[in-house]
Design a protein around this ligand. Structure first.
Ligand code: NDP
Ligand code: OXD
Length: 307
């Protein structure tokens, strides 16, 4: 019995040490140096290369190292019946809220304009931007927390999800037919949807046209939920005044991508809520023990629905 960490391009020393402490009786293997693939019965994954999981013959369960599972499920060779769990963590939620607060105030206080003015040595004082209505797409762990947080701060908040939600202080909408009603009045739209076949390119030309003219888009979910070309056109026409993107279709964002040089774009390199190694390890260890005891894992995802 062993746990395999299949998490390319990430320093794992701290995770390995913490996992060894939590599971002293279990061997921790790190891909690509797996000593005994046949002994691996639990794999922790993040952007694993396709085919690597399928090559482990005795797996009992899979654990995402992050909240999202889209990159894990995009591997068409993934054994279909293995249960998959993800990280759900108050630390992750807290950092997402901190990021969103910062972004909201950046735009509210017009730091985008002042920073552009600085390039031209322009002194142009202006009063804060009117951001009163916020719409959150996705009302799961992170989206519901964001919606509640901004409602508690006094913003008028709407939210949109797949099934109907009830969140105190938040006007909740559900399903494709209610998308335009959810977003119509929003000065700022925050995307916290998972990337699934149903949400890929969801924010296309048609849906961006349903936003309030001059609104601000914040995408902290996954890049492929937004149609890049449609977003560039919406920024160009002024339909969207500004876009803050933490996530991209291809990461790192390729050097030749127009987003790098588009006025009105604020880009951050997928840092809005980074997995906290300590809390992640506690959840991984708990799920490992549950699998060994024949119990269902915590925070298991529905593989057919994709989140
Ligand atoms: P959850 O799975 O808890 O919630 C997903 C929400 O999206 C649910 O409310 C769900 O609806 C809704 N949803 C899913 N599909 C649709 C659809 N087709 N139409 C309308 N609503 C839909 O996810 P989390 O809140 O934990 O995380 C959201 C995403 O944020 C993650 O999948 C990940 O991609 C991203 N993320 C990004 C991070 C970063 O650093 N940038 C960090 C962490 C996460 P319903 O309520 O009906 O199920
Ligand atoms: C996640 C992420 O899904 O970091 O956890 O994007």
């Amino acid at each position: 019995m062993s746990v395999a960490l299949i998490i390319p391009d990430r320093k794992l020393d701290g995770v390995i040490a913490a996992l060894q402490q939590q599971l002293p009786e279990v061997a921790i293997e790190v891909w690509p140096q797996l000593q005994n693939p046949a002994a691996v019965d639990f794999a922790v994954l993040w952007k694993q290369p396709p085919g690597v999981v399928a090559a482990l013959p005795n797996l009992k369960a899979l654990q995402s190292f992050g909240a999202g599972v889209d990159s894990i499920l995009s591997d068409s060779t993934l054994p279909p019946d293995l249960p998959l769990a993800r990280i759900v963590d108050p630390h992750l939620t807290a950092s997402m809220l901190q990021y969103l607060d910062t972004v909201l105030n950046y735009y509210r206080l017009r730091f985008d304009e002042f920073s552009a003015n600085q390039q031209q040595q322009l002194w142009k004082p202006r009063s804060p931007r009117r951001i009163q209505q916020i719409c959150v797409l996705g009302l799961g762990e992170l989206g519901a927390a964001a919606a509640q947080h901004f409602a508690a701060l006094g913003y008028q908040v709407s939210g949109w999800s797949g099934s109907q939600r009830q969140i105190s202080g938040v006007q909740c909408f559900a399903g494709p037919n209610q998308f335009s009603a959810a977003v119509a009045q929003a000065d700022m739209l925050i995307c916290l949807l998972p990337l699934t076949p149903a949400t890929e390119n969801l924010l296309n030309k048609t849906r961006l046209a349903q936003l309030k003219p001059g609104s601000i888009l914040v995408n902290v979910a996954r890049g492929a939920i937004v149609d890049d070309e449609a977003l560039l056109a919406a920024l160009h026409s002024g339909q969207i005044a500004a876009a803050c993107l933490d996530v991209f279709r291809t990461e790192p964002l390729p050097a030749e991508h127009p987003f790098w040089h588009t006025p009105g774009m604020l880009l951050t390199p997928h840092i809005s809520a980074v997995t906290n190694a300590d809390t992640a390890v506690a959840q991984i260890a708990e799920n490992y023990r549950r699998v060994q005891a024949g119990l269902p894992m915590v925070n298991q995802v529905d593989r057919t629905r994709g989140y």
